[in-house]
Write a protein that binds this ligand. Structure first.
Ligand code: FE2
Length: 404
């Protein structure tokens, strides 16, 4: 049996544990590991996840067959550990045998623990009392150094907010920084956009007025996952940036007032953004939950709220819940304030963090922020690739090969 590669992806799977015992029935494989862990895998799962070239394209590492192409009654005939530690399986039907790396089997051990989304940190919610300053990294090092990039991005994934300092104050530099993560999401405001006072503004952002805590573009079916604001110039007075962790606020409301939480997470509001040649609108609860009932995002572009359109009997309760939320968001304990200095670049999860600013005096100087959007997907992909690079290096040190 020969295989040109051993994993159905481009990752490496260094493993500190050996398989010490193998038992198999026709339908279930039982493994015992050198640290005592016991793992179980179904025959159908193993057959479905074979990395052999019959099933997986060796160049793309994508599946080449569908599940119904496998023999319907495929079952384990024999399972054993080869001299090099890999697991070998022979099937009861006319189908090529399979080989599995121990590290890959451990990483996908669904019988013990849910498989973790490697490279990501779980969200840590915060108040301004917990975190009075955004976590800050050096903006020059992240352009060249993957470890520095990983630290910045891990903070962004964990806290939903991470700042860079010393970013070159040149037009378009925000796009260069974001390209270290992934593609930019263009909008009707452009590929990047300038946040500065304009004579005929098409957004409140382009005035010097205060902006209440909000997410951007709740008017879209899919709200941008990431936002970046880079300060190129700021000699004005006032205009402190504000950041509120919406997951913290919503979590507190959930425990303090479940009835309000239920209204905010199930009753629809309308967001609209109408201009001369565009007309965006979306209808959505303010708290969006995932299939497990956990917070997935907040939608809160308050200055783009359209007329409420829900059943007559619900209107007053909807406004009451909305007022409760607004008052909560405005509590100082949630509001992290910071000054924009030239060279600062703040990155935040636009579907979690509510951003805003205090009013500034446009007559006192010049203020120029440049922004753009990207997606949570791009952040997660980059973090996984950075983690993959670390695993490949570790594997190479321990085995002398890439382990792929
Ligand atoms: Fe905004």
């Amino acid at each position: 049996m020969t295989l040109s590669y051993l994993t159905p992806d481009f990752d490496s799977y260094p493993c500190d544990h050996e398989i010490t015992a193998v038992e198999a029935s026709s339908s279930v494989l039982n493994l015992t590991w050198s640290d005592g862990r016991k793992s179980r895998y179904h025959a159908c799962w193993l057959a479905d996840n074979d990395a052999g070239s019959v099933e997986t394209n060796p160049l793309t590492r994508e599946r080449e067959i569908d599940f119904d192409d496998l023999p319907e009654n495929i079952a384990i005939q024999q399972a054993s550990v080869a001299a090099d530690g890999r697991l070998e399986i022979q099937w009861n039907v006319d189908w090529p045998g399979s080989i599995y790396l121990p590290g890959w089997l451990r990483a996908h051990d669904y019988s013990n623990t849910p498989v973790s989304d490697d490279g990501l940190r779980a969200a840590t919610t915060w108040t301004a009392e917990d975190m009075p300053e955004p976590p800050t990294s050096d903006g020059t090092s992240i352009l060249e150094d993957d470890e520095a990039l990983a630290i910045w991005l891990e903070n962004l994934a964990q806290y939903g907010l991470a700042r860079l300092s010393n970013v070159a104050t040149t037009d378009g530099q925000v796009a260069e920084v974001v390209r270290r993560i992934g593609p930019i999401r263009p909008t009707n405001f452009g590929f990047t956009y300038d946040v500065k006072t304009k004579e005929n503004p098409d957004s409140n952002a382009y005035t010097d007025m205060a902006l209440n805590s909000h997410t951007d573009l709740a008017t879209r079916e899919y709200q941008p996952g990431l936002q970046f604001l880079h300060c190129l110039k700021n000699s004005t007075t006032g205009g402190a940036g504000t950041m509120v962790d919406g997951f913290q606020v919503a979590g507190d409301i959930r425990s303090e007032n479940p009835e309000v939480f239920k209204i905010l997470s199930t009753w629809d509001w309308v967001f609209t953004n109408r201009a001369v040649d565009t007309d965006y609108r979306w209808t959505t609860p303010l708290f969006v939950l995932d299939e497990n009932g956990e917070l997935s995002e907040l939608r809160m572009t308050s200055f783009l709220r359209g007329p409420l359109a829900i059943p007559f009997d619900k209107v007053e309760a909807a406004y009451e819940a909305y007022r409760y939320l607004i008052l909560k968001i405005k509590q100082p304990k949630y509001r992290l304030l910071f000054d924009y200095k030239p060279g600062d670049l703040v990155a935040y999860d636009n579907r979690r963090i509510l951003h805003g600013r205090e009013a500034f005096s446009s007559g006192t100087g010049e203020r120029w922020l440049q922004g753009c959007y990207s997606e949570r997907d791009e952040l997660r992909s980059r973090l996984r690739i950075l983690a993959r690079g670390r695993r490949a290096a570790a594997n190479k040190r321990s085995t002398g090969n890439t382990g792929q």
